[in-house]
Design a protein around this ligand. Structure first.
Ligand SMILES: Nc1nc2c(ncn2[C@@H]2O[C@H](COP(=O)(O)OP(=O)(O)OP(=O)(O)O)[C@@H](O)[C@H]2O)c(=O)[nH]1
Length: 170
């Protein structure tokens, strides 16, 4: 049977507990939102195949538990990640201050790399596809080691829903 994708990218979402990592992944992979909060236990993942720069890219997105007690399990997954999305909640200052601590954890990977910034809302479906696809495009361009396309050809439909942003991706 023909392979349904050209490339497989492993992405990881990290950030404090309750900042909206799971919701972001659910919005991206299933285009759904549920306001009931069920804290992630350890680690989980979802997949979605997207088209990036003319290639079918299967994104395997790992959702880590933000709770400190799962730190040992979740940090074990950092090494295998090709891209990391660091999430904080713009309505929770503490989760923003903690970005420094999360950055220390991924310092080696973040070193020498420009860090992108997206303000997102899983609830209103704002900037969710854009953030995941921009990361996938970065990985594609870095791994193929060729100059990027003139425009950032990410195929997405942008949302015009009202802006009630909660999450921010770095
Ligand atoms: N208003 C609003 N609320 C959101 C948004 N995203 C998530 N939430 C709410 O924030 C709470 C926590 O969301 P989760 O996605 O479970 O948080 P998490 O970061 O995965 O939490 P852990 O699994 O404990 O690490 C839930 O009650 C969500 O309904 C958003 O974009 N807007």
């Amino acid at each position: 049977m023909a392979k349904k994708y050209d490339l497989l990218y492993k992405l990881l979402l990290i950030g404090d507990s309750g900042v909206g990592k799971t919701c972001l992944i659910i919005r991206f992979s299933e285009d759904n939102f549920n306001s009931t909060y069920i804290s992630t236990i350890g680690i989980d993942f979802k997949v979605k195949t997207v088209e990036v720069d003319g290639k079918k890219v299967k994104l395997q997105v790992w959702d880590t538990a933000g709770q400190e007690r799962f730190k040992t399990i979740t940090t074990a997954y950092y090494r295998g990640a090709m891209g990391i999305i660091l999430v904080y909640d713009i309505t929770d200052e503490k989760s923003y201050e903690n970005i420094q601590n999360w950055m220390k954890s991924i310092k080696e990977l973040a070193k020498d790399h420009g860090i992108r910034f997206f303000e997102t809302s899983a609830k209103s479906s704002i900037n969710v596809d854009e953030s995941f696809l921009a990361l996938a495009l970065d990985i594609l361009q870095k791994s193929s080691k060729k100059p990027g396309p003139t425009g950032r050809e990410v195929k997405i439909t942008s949302s015009t829903e009202k802006k009630t942003s909660k999450c921010v991706l770095l």
